[in-house]
Design a protein around this ligand. Structure first.
Ligand SMILES: [Zn+2]
Length: 142
């Protein structure tokens, strides 16, 4: 699971680029999320440990191109974010058309405002719903 957003698995995040298994060995390609995100190192360590605990010898390779984008977060991951009260990132093509003003993940209202460029982690911004008044995190589009 993502150390900063524990409702998301590495598969939900879309950071697993390729997996090959053969006779007790796993070769895994991972793409880091934000380059400055401290979670990447933790993710790598946990993935390696989980596979080793399952009895595999592990070969981890970091893949930097193409760079990760929030578009790779799975539909299930987006649903899990909403359920955790975090507005999921817009798809990049949608975000280009209009500034990101995510719908409230708590009541669904479209009228929201940004309070701060940063939320509980640098990859999120803090917004507030103008209908229910509740603040919520928005996972920024990348
Ligand atoms: Zn609301």
């Amino acid at each position: 699971m993502d150390p900063e957003i524990p409702v998301l698995s590495v598969l939900d995040l879309g950071v697993v680029r390729n997996v090959e298994t053969s006779a007790g060995r796993v070769a895994l390609e991972l793409t880091p999320t934000y380059t400055a995100c401290p979670a990447n190192e933790v993710i790598e360590r946990r993935v390696r440990a989980a596979l080793q605990d399952a009895g595999y010898s592990v070969e981890l390779r970091q893949v930097l191109t193409p760079p990760w984008t929030t578009d790779w977060i799975s539909p299930k991951g987006r649903q899990r974010l909403r359920e955790a009260g975090i507005a999921p990132p817009r798809l990049r093509r949608e975000a280009r058309e209009a500034p990101p003003r995510p719908a409230c993940p708590l009541c669904g209202a479209a009228e929201t405002e940004r309070i701060s460029q940063f939320g509980s982690t640098p990859c999120k911004a803090l917004h507030r719903c103008l209908a229910c008044q509740e603040p919520f995190d928005y996972f920024k589009c990348l």
